[in-house]
Every structure is written in C-alpha cells, then in structure tokens.
Ligand binder design. Structure first.
Ligand SMILES: Cc1cc2nc3c(=O)[nH]c(=O)nc-3n(C[C@H](O)[C@H](O)[C@H](O)COP(=O)(O)OP(=O)(O)OC[C@H]3O[C@@H](n4cnc5c(N)ncnc54)[C@H](O)[C@@H]3O)c2cc1C
Length: 282
C-alpha cells in the first residue's frame, strides 16, 4: 500500500506541533514541513511562552478549554520527562526522528503542492491572509526585550497584562506592546524605552540586566481559530486541505489541543477520499 503523503505548511509552534502530532498518531503517514521561516525567526520564537487562556470570541468556550487542558497536560508530561532540558528543540527533533522532511520554501499557492502530497495542512499563521486570502486575519504587533537577569525566578505581570517580566530557560522576557494592524517587524527604540521603564517600575533590580535584545513578533489574530477541512477543486482535480491557523495571542497555550483536532480532520479527509476513490472505481 502507498504511504499517505502529508505536507504541513509553517514551522511555528502550530505547524511543528501539528506535524509531530500527525506523525505520533499515524506513523504510517509521511510528513514534510514546508516553511519560508524556521526558528529563531518565527512569531513563536518571540513569544514569552506563558500558558495562559486567551479568549477567541468566535471559538466555542468548551473547545478553548479543551485545547488549553490538552496542551497543559502535554507540556506537563514533557516537563516531568527526561526530555525536559531539550524541550525547546523537542518538536523539530521529534519530527526528524519519525522520518519527516523539512523544506525551506515559500508557498504562494496551495495548488503548488498538488500531486506531491495527498493532504495539505495549512499552519501558516498570519501568512494565511495572503496564502488563502483570509481577510479576517490581522496582525497585533508585539515588541519585547529578551535580557539576561538570571536572579529573576518568578514572573511578574501587571493588571492588564501589557507589562510583564517572564523568566525563561535562557533569558528573561520583558514586555510588551499590543499594536493592532501594525505590520512593522523592526524594533522601535521608543517602544523599548517604555517597556524597560515600565518593567523597572515593577522590578528595579532589572537595572542590572545585560545583553538586552529587542524582538518583534506579529500575533496571527482572527476572531476565531480556523480549524477546518476543505477540499479545493480545480480543473476536475481535488486538493484536500486542513486549516489550523489564527491562534492570535495564545498559540503557545493551545497548540497541542489544536494539533489533536487537526489530526482528527486529516484522518476524516483521508477516510472520505478513500471511500470516494473506491466508489469511483465501482
Ligand atoms: C510578543 C509576543 C508574546 C507572546 N506571548 C505568548 C504567550 O506568553 N503565550 C502564548 O500562548 N502565546 C503568546 N504569543 C502568541 C504566539 O506567539 C502565537 O499565537 C503563536 O506563535 C502562533 O504560532 P503559529 O505557528 O501559528 O505562527 P508563526 O510562529 O508565525 O508560524 C507561522 C509559520 O508559517 C510560515 N509561513 C507563513 N506563510 C507561509 C507561506 N506562504 N509559505 C511557507 N511558509 C509560510 C512562517 O514562515 C512560519 O514558519 C505571543 C506573541 C507575541 C508576538
């Protein structure tokens, strides 16, 4: 029997977790990740990485809770495992161990992948605005500072969540900004000065922080996460697609839950296509 070939577009936390989740759930599929950017150049690399529920107005609350819980459980299991130290590289290494290929390439049209893959999973985040013409997608710009301040062991967050100090494994993230419809990926020195001054007011010891790096990411926002299957049709050909994008401010917090849903949709598409193939042969 021929192997089912799946292409996952996007190598942020959503694309990589979806690729790993498919390869863990259905080892007999071959999975390639195709992306124009990889770590450390994705939005996911800029995120502070805090697990916190974020509201998606157009996504049913029970689904949001389910995605958050599944992601929390998965990350807790990793934190308690021997892989905890290398958790940051877990997704890519997990995929490579299971035989997945990684390609650096910008996809301009999903039909470019027709013939080479049986199913395409679209995890292109903000790129979906151009790739699939989703005009509901918009950026919310976030600028942060990544600094060395190894004495910081606890996180601090102000009331509205705009100012925060989040210690991570390799640095401390100081934030931040939320600028709707702002596409500027260059750091703004004025933003940096304001972030530092707000964080110093919360934690004066940060005066001693060193190796201050400015980072900018565009949150891939949408009123609701798009988790949906679709069969594109062109000149009598079919291209099965699963969309998994639009995670906005909370992609880190729900990535595993949405990956599990995407796997279910991939399985459904494959089953339907096999039924229609056998029907076509009758
Ligand atoms: C400052 C900041 C702080 C944040 N803090 C948190 C936090 O604490 N907790 C939390 O849960 N979330 C947080 N987030 C949100 C989180 O970062 C996002 O929700 C998450 O990164 C989205 O992941 P993604 O994989 O969908 O998108 P991305 O990481 O943007 O990945 C998209 C991928 O698709 C690829 N791509 C796009 N278009 C194409 C194309 N046409 N062809 C090929 N490849 C393509 C890109 O190269 C990229 O690899 C934060 C975001 C920012 C900016």
């Amino acid at each position: 029997m021929d192997m089912t070939r799946v292409a996952v577009i996007g190598a942020g936390v959503v694309g990589l977790s979806t690729a790993v989740c498919i390869s863990e759930s259905i080892p007999q599929y071959s999975i390639d990740v195709i992306s124009d950017k990889f770590t450390p150049d994705t939005t996911s690399d800029v995120a502070a990485g805090i697990l916190m529920p974020h509201a998606y107005p157009d996504t049913p609350v029970h689904l949001q809770k389910q995605w958050f819980q599944e992601t929390f459980d998965r990350l807790l299991a990793i934190a308690n495992s021997s892989e905890a130290v290398e958790a940051g590289i877990h997704l890519v290494s997990g995929l490579r161990r299971s035989g997945g290929q990684v390609h650096t390439r910008k996809v301009k049209d999903l039909w470019e992948l027709y013939g080479a893959y049986d199913v395409v999973v679209n995890c292109s985040g903000l790129g979906s605005r151009e790739l699939v013409g989703d005009l509901q997608m918009f950026p919310v710009r976030g600028q942060v500072l990544k600094v060395q301040a190894p004495w910081m062991n606890h996180f601090i967050r102000d009331g509205d969540g705009l100012t925060y100090i989040y210690p991570g494994a390799f640095n401390v993230t100081l934030g931040g900004t939320r600028q709707k419809d702002d596409w500027n990926l260059s750091p703004d020195p004025q933003n940096s000065r304001e972030i530092l001054s707000r964080c110093l007011a919360l934690e004066p010891s940060l005066q001693r922080a060193w190796d201050i790096k400015e980072k900018v990411g565009l949150r891939p926002c949408r009123p609701g996460v798009r988790l949906q299957k679709e069969v594109l049709v062109q000149d009598g050909h079919q291209l099965p697609v699963v969309h998994n994008y639009g995670h906005g401010s909370g992609g880190i917090s729900v990535h595993w839950g949405t990956a599990l849903c995407a796997v279910k949709l991939v399985k459904e598409l494959i089953t339907t296509l096999k039924i229609s193939t056998s029907k076509a042969k009758l």
